[in-house]
Design a binder for this molecule. Structure first.
Ligand code: LLP
Length: 417
């Protein structure tokens, strides 16, 4: 579902040549197809259509306002993890009643902001419930909340992306969730309404069965609550984790698709008395984006092919942080392909985008695209080495526009005296 294809040897995004898209802006630059994000959103929605899911896009994957606005226009709600993300969603016109906030350590200010806007708060520890009650009482508000449950399922994904094993810091174990249910049923938190249960067991989940096992635990807690008279407890939020393929452009995807997850979950969902919520991040945004960069130098130490480009771990940290593999392709196809190490300008030896990308012979000035960087790309970028962060260009209906400008050296001085 990548919007990036070759047309007569030129890399295009939604059929618009990438060199034209970055022409007036320069490199490095993130480029996103909003239409591809919309298509991915619909794919997920259609796969689960039988269960009329509410889709709360996970803002941490890509929080550009243009992305949020486009998803809002499709009817998406939003999963946020901080007051900053919440502020962004509100700025993008997101419906506050369709925002949920999950975070391991929410500050008093974040709880206050959530209560003020009637956001659904996913508590991640038992201690958080009285804090939320206090925040609700302080504003004379009724607050909906969910319990993030850690179902103790170790998903077979990169260890960095496991969030639901019994050693994870996220959520509460099922016994604690039941204890919270009991306290709510006993009337201990008069200003809170328990809306349901939540989980996110990991990103890039390779086996739908892992999600099913975890969801079974959630359904048990949900029925337990309903059995205790909490009939408003209906939200079954299964989190995100739907994978995308990071493989070569000409190879078939090597990961399960949303329909596989829907089929695996169907028996459980049919039996549960619940409203399904999904929180995709990567699946919506990942394949829709590329980071466009320019070759600065050919290093060629000891005959190896090594190019230095004008972006690196500061703009795109996944390869350095997780050893994640991303395809790097030429913007204009050329002969002489061979394994090429692609490194950035940062003063760290981990600043390497690929150890051996299959690339033609390159000259300074040639453009490359680091694919599948629409999710967890710009949102994880930093100013390390005081490098400005790149602009974000969005393409919609075949037209490109700058959605976020390039930072400048001067921008980096504004926070200091
Ligand atoms: N819901 C919650 C509560 C989450 O914590 C996450 C992601 C999602 C939904 C969306 O998950 P997705 O559908 O994108 O897998 N930085 C890492 C990924 C960390 C994901 C954290 N939580 C990466 O670059 O792969």
């Amino acid at each position: 579902m990548r919007p990036f294809t070759y047309e007569q040897g030129r890399l295009c995004v939604d059929k618009v040549p990438v060199d034209d898209v970055v022409g007036g802006v320069g490199t490095p630059a993130y480029v996103y197809s909003l239409d591809a994000m919309a298509a991915a959103y619909r794919t997920l929605q259609e796969a689960f259509a039988e269960f009329s899911p509410e889709i709360f896009y996970s803002v941490k994957a890509n929080s550009n306002l243009a992305v949020l606005r486009r998803l809002r226009s499709l009817g998406a709600g939003f999963d946020v993890v901080s007051g900053g993300e919440l502020t962004r969603v509100l700025a993008a016109g997101g419906d506050p009643a369709r925002i949920s906030f999950a975070g391991v350590a929410k500050t008093a200010e974040e709880l206050e902001l959530s209560v003020k806007h009637d956001v659904i708060v996913h508590v991640e520890s038992a201690d958080e419930v009285p804090r939320l009650q206090e925040a609700a009482a302080a504003q004379g508000a009724r607050v909906r909340f969910g319990i993030r449950i850690n179902p103790g399922v170790k998903v077979d994904t990169l260890v960095h992306m496991q969030t639901g094993s019994d050693r994870a810091k996220f959520g509460v174990v099922p016994q604690v969730a039941r204890a919270i249910v009991d306290r709510v049923a006993a009337g201990e938190f008069p200003d809170l309404r328990l809306a349901g249960v939540h989980m996110h067991v990991g990103s890039m989940i390779p086996n739908p069965g892992d999600m099913v096992r975890a969801a079974e635990t959630l359904v048990e807690v949900l029925s337990y609550g309903q059995g205790r008279g909490l009939t408003g407890m209906r939200r079954l939020d299964l989190g995100g984790g739907f994978p995308i393929s990071y493989g070569p452009m000409d190879e078939a995807p090597d990961v399960p698709v949303p329909a596989d997850f829907a089929a695996a979950l169907a028996p459980l969902l049919r039996s549960a008395d619940a409203d399904l919520v999904l929180e995709p991040g990567r699946f919506v945004a990942g394949a829709a984006g590329a980071l466009i960069t320019r070759v600065m130098l050919n290093k060629d130490p000891a005959g190896r092919r090594m190019v230095v480009v004008d972006t690196g771990m500061h703009h795109f940290v996944r390869p350095a942080l997780y050893q994640a593999g991303h395809q790097i392709v030429p913007v204009v196809q050329a002969p002489g392909a061979g394994p090429t190490e692609v490194v950035g300008p940062i003063c760290e030896s981990t600043d390497r985008l690929a150890p051996a990308a299959e690339l033609p012979l390159l000259r300074p000035g040639d453009l490359l695209a680091v694919l599948d960087t629409g999710a967890y790309g710009m949102v994880m970028a930093s100013n390390y080495n005081n490098q400005p962060r790149p602009p974000e260009i969005v393409v919609e209906g075949g037209r490109a526009r700058v959605a976020r400008r390039r930072e400048t050296w001067q921008d980096q001085l504004v926070f200091e005296e």
